[in-house]
Design a protein around this ligand. Structure first.
Ligand SMILES: [Zn+2]
Length: 443
């Protein structure tokens, strides 16, 4: 793709100049969709998920009441019921794979349960919310004992299903996929299968919001934190080419992968819509020694983040149900704070709605301006964009600090020296919905 420089035709703005027509993020409709999330549904779903006894990947696939099979059938039934309410707006898929590995000695069938809400104008573009329905106790191979998995990851699964209830009555430009994944605890098999499904379907995945452990507010030390959550994102893209790595070494981008800029958007939207709820940006792909279903999507180049609670309680994760020295162990429903889970689900719904209403981010932004006083950004128009935010910040700062609206697909930032700032471009819909920002990389 060629990006001809026709400087005479470029819009030129001087430092500090703002356009009168700058679009504003439409906070009111985003608050309205957040308001569609119902705490009582989340509570009922957590209790239902716990009622399957165990949802271990190696538990019964055929028992109608207990085990992974019954829980998957319930999730599918919920999606079907939601679809009925919106005139068949969801297509339910149940892709499968037969897998084995360290934690799966005999081949077993993995089944994801997906509900697809097709976009109206840009259906190949896909935003995904995911959680994993499988659970475990202390011994990862124990498929028999009760493994309620209320928080890990009943909370994420409930958020996925409730997001479908909330958003299915609205129409969006892009497709939204609600993904209930399995096989996470045995080796991220559901995430791998989701990546495969996305590739087979030709989905242009703009975002995966992977919700894993999102409902606890009390840390091991007893401190309660209802005001924060964490966004884990990789710093650099897992599938960078050698040439891209070389270029990044010279001109930067270590904290600007598409996943990181997706996390930045989720943090910005949270700040705009829920001023009393705060995203902590964690500059790591995941917690130490632990993983999640965002990793397989990152590995094939899709922007993906892990959304998780602010303070984890390890007595309530991956534990046999028991009381020892006065301490209660186990991932029971009491460990899920429903108001907090409701807010976490609302954050997801807001981010999905914004991105599905917004245009796609520019796939690529070219930057030029070496040995000059000005910086030039050039990108291709994206479908449905009314304009773009050119954004920048000092190279050592974490969040976009400055932005300028441009109705064109190029801009010369006069008197902004290319060497001293990190630049990017986000696409904006006519209503003001904003895409994630694409980092401007050198040629
Ligand atoms: Zn988990």
């Amino acid at each position: 793709m060629k990006f001809p420089f026709r400087l005479a035709l470029l819009a030129v703005f001087s430092t500090g100049q703002a356009l009168a027509a700058d679009p504003q993020l439409p906070v009111a409709p985003l608050k309205e969709v957040a308001g569609l999330v119902k705490a009582e549904n989340l509570k009922a779903d957590i209790e239902k998920l716990v009622s399957f006894g165990t949802r271990h990947t190696l538990s019964s696939a055929t028992d109608s009441k207990r085990g992974i099979g019954a829980s998957r059938a319930w999730a599918k039934g919920e999606f079907e019921a939601i679809s009925k309410q919106c005139g068949g707006c969801l297509t339910i898929m149940a892709p499968t794979d037969t897998v084995s590995g360290n934690r799966i000695p005999q081949p077993v069938e993995i089944v994801n349960v997906l509900a697809v809400q097709k976009g109206t104008t840009d259906p190949k573009r896909v935003v995904i919310i995911s959680g994993h329905i499988d659970s475990r106790v202390t011994d990862v191979m124990d498929a028999d004992h009760d493994a309620p998995g209320a928080n890990d990851d009943g909370s994420g699964t409930a958020a996925v299903i409730e997001a479908a209830r909330a958003l299915s009555h609205k129409k969006f430009a892009a497709t939204i996929v609600y993904a209930v994944l399995t096989g996470e605890e045995q080796g991220l098999y559901g995430g791998k299968l989701l990546a495969k499904t996305a590739q087979e379907q030709g989905w242009q995945v703009e975002a995966q919001l992977n919700n894993d452990i999102i409902g606890n507010v009390e840390g091991l030390n007893g401190k309660v934190d209802r005001d924060h959550f964490r966004l884990f994102s990789e710093g650099t893209r897992a599938n960078e080419t050698e040439a891209e790595i070389k270029r990044r070494r010279l001109t930067g981008g270590e904290i600007d992968s598409p996943s990181r800029n997706l996390a930045r958007l989720v943090a910005e939207l949270t700040g705009a819509v829920f001023p009393d709820f705060h995203a902590k940006m964690i500059y790591r792909a995941d917690r130490f020694g632990r993983g999640g279903d965002q990793a397989p999507l990152q590995e094939v180049g899709f922007p993906a983040i892990r959304i998780t609670e602010g303070a984890e309680n390890y007595h309530r994760q991956h534990q046999d149900l028991r009381t020892e020295n006065g301490i209660k162990y186990g991932d029971i429903a009491d460990g899920v704070d429903i108001p907090y889970l409701t807010r976490m689900t609302q954050v997801n719904v807001v981010a999905l709605a914004d991105m599905a209403w917004a245009p796609a981010p520019p796939p690529e932004v070219k930057i030029d301006g070496a040995v000059s006083d000005d910086t030039t950004l050039i990108w291709n128009d994206t479908l449905g964009a009314a304009g773009y935010w050119a954004r920048w910040r000092p190279t050592d700062q974490p969040a976009w600090e400055s932005q300028r609206y441009v109705g064109d697909h190029q801009i010369v930032l006069k008197d902004w020296v290319i060497d001293d700032w990190a630049f990017g471009v986000a696409a904006v819909s006519p209503e003001g919905y904003v895409s994630p920002t694409t980092f401007a990389a050198a040629r």
